[in-house]
Design a protein around this ligand. Structure first.
Ligand code: HEM
Length: 435
């Protein structure tokens, strides 16, 4: 396949009314109803359609929604049959300019869309560069940066923990692991936030982030340091500078939002569920349990787009055609009654066989899940240490979720606590980002 940005091979083989993707049976997966109770939506879809459902994305673009745990395992374990390069899609000619999901599926020459040996080369280098991070030092970095963020609002007795804390900490940590100059971090954070907005400023903001990353990689080429970009540049995989830039952008994006929402969803669970509230003051042990429960019940990565069928095949009793799009229903698979009949208890027993980090060759690469856990655990523990009487400032039912099919995260998490006026000095706490 040639390296084009928006491939347009072939057309959809399914006519209207077919019981394949796009047929009369297909469920629209867009619009209202996504934000409130996705678990219920998955339950209803599973009851009506089984493990693999035909769905329609924005603009009535067809695809398959893989909800069965076993089927998801099958898809993610067989990259030679369900591949990652989006140029395999037969629906490109139906995709309009500015399609909202284009940022997720538009081909880019990054690790995300690479396949086979090229993917192993790129993903292997990323894993090696991340493995070199000392987890003890990482914990110290997280604690220092978390303290810095809390210092900025500890005296006020109230805060939105999403905006002031959960959404900020992972990026500060990544910026430090990447060796970004402290002076650049506030603007980098602002641009990343702007790039996630759905307005016309988003593209320009994304462009500025990419330019910043390119400058960082150039600087690391000249003066290597003990950081992720320098390790990637020096890796025996012999990555070109452009490859390092684009893969670092993937790592930063892949790390930031899911980890932020993992922190936010865990704090919400601990602040609203009596099992955790009762032990807030005494029991640190419950933080690990809460983090794991969130990955089973309220995972940040609900669904992932996607995989493309390499040839005609069968999945969950459905006929899948070459070039069909499959969406990984990670959250739905976690609650599959076939494998988890005891779902209400899922996570509390320490079982980590959830699909939240996906599975197989393209799964969240080792040791990224461990890094995410160090960041998230430190975030929750430091907050509870610093603000031991923290409580929700609004009823749980008033907390709003972002209306996204892909990411489960809170719009805000307003809390109250006794103000503390003796902040730990914010030495090096993220270049003044904590304001
Ligand atoms: C709660 C935190 C996180 C969750 C739930 C999560 C989940 C995921 C998922 C579902 C994928 C897609 C897998 C697929 O295509 O099958 C992914 C990919 C990826 N994640 Fe994570 N992730 C998290 C944190 C991180 C962190 C902290 C990093 C880096 C430090 C990271 C780096 C990556 C990369 C580079 C990929 C692309 C892998 C590839 O295509 O080969 N993630 N992650």
């Amino acid at each position: 396949m040639t390296e084009q940005q928006h491939p347009t091979a072939g057309g959809c083989p399914f006519g209207a009314g077919a019981a394949g993707p796009g047929g009369t049976e297909a469920v629209p997966l867009y619009g209202a109803g996504l934000s409130g109770d996705p678990a219920r939506l998955y339950r209803e879809m599973r009851a009506r359609h089984g493990a693999v459902a035909p769905i329609l994305l924005d603009g009535d673009i067809p695809g398959w929604f893989v909800m069965g745990y076993r089927e998801l395992h099958q898809v993610t374990s067989n990259p030679e049959l369900f591949a990652r390069d989006s140029r395999r899609w037969h629906a490109w000619e139906r995709i309009p300019e500015g399609w909202p999901l284009l940022p997720f599926v538009g081909y880019q020459p990054s690790v995300m869309f690479a396949e086979g040996p090229e993917h192993r080369r790129r993903a292997g280098a990323i894993s090696d560069a991340l493995t070199a991070i000392d987890q003890f030092e990482l914990r110290q970095i997280c604690e220092r940066l978390a303290d810095g963020l809390i210092d900025a609002f500890a005296g006020s007795g109230e805060a939105d923990l999403m905006a002031r804390y959960a959404a900020r900490l992972p990026l500060l940590v990544i910026a430090e692991l990447f060796g970004f100059p402290h002076t650049e971090v506030p603007e980098l954070a602002a641009d990343i936030a702007a790039s996630l907005n759905e307005d016309e400023g988003a593209i320009a903001a994304h462009q500025r982030v990419a330019e910043r990353m390119a400058r960082l990689v150039k600087a690391k080429r000249e003066r290597p340091g003990a950081d992720v970009p320098s390790r990637l540049l020096a890796h025996p995989a012999g990555l070109a500078e452009e490859e390092v830039v684009i893969d670092l952008l993937v790592v930063m994006a892949a790390a930031q939002q899911p980890t932020a929402n993992w922190i936010g969803n865990t704090l919400r669970l601990m602040l609203t569920d009596d099992r955790f509230a009762l032990s807030l003051t005494g029991g640190r042990r419950s933080v690990g349990q809460a983090l794991n429960e969130v990955l089973w019940h309220d995972t940040p990565t609900q669904n992932f787009i996607g995989r493309w069928a390499v040839r005609d095949t069968q999945l969950g009793g459905r006929r899948i055609r070459t070039g069909d799009l499959l969406i990984l229903g990670l959250a739905a698979a976690n609650s599959d009654p076939q494998v988890r009949p005891d779902f209400t208890d899922a996570g509390s027993d320490g079982n980590q066989a959830h699909m939240s980090f996906s599975h197989g060759e393209h799964a969240c690469p080792y040791p990224a899940p461990e890094i995410a856990e160090v960041i998230a655990k430190a975030a929750v523990e430091v907050l509870l240490d610093r603000l031991p009487d923290v409580m929700l400032a609004v009823p749980d039912a008033e907390l709003a979720w972002h209306p996204s099919l892909w990411m489960r995260g809170l719009v805000s998490l307003p809390v109250e606590f006794t103000p503390t006026y003796t902040p730990i000095p914010a030495v090096g706490a993220g270049g003044g980002l904590s304001g």
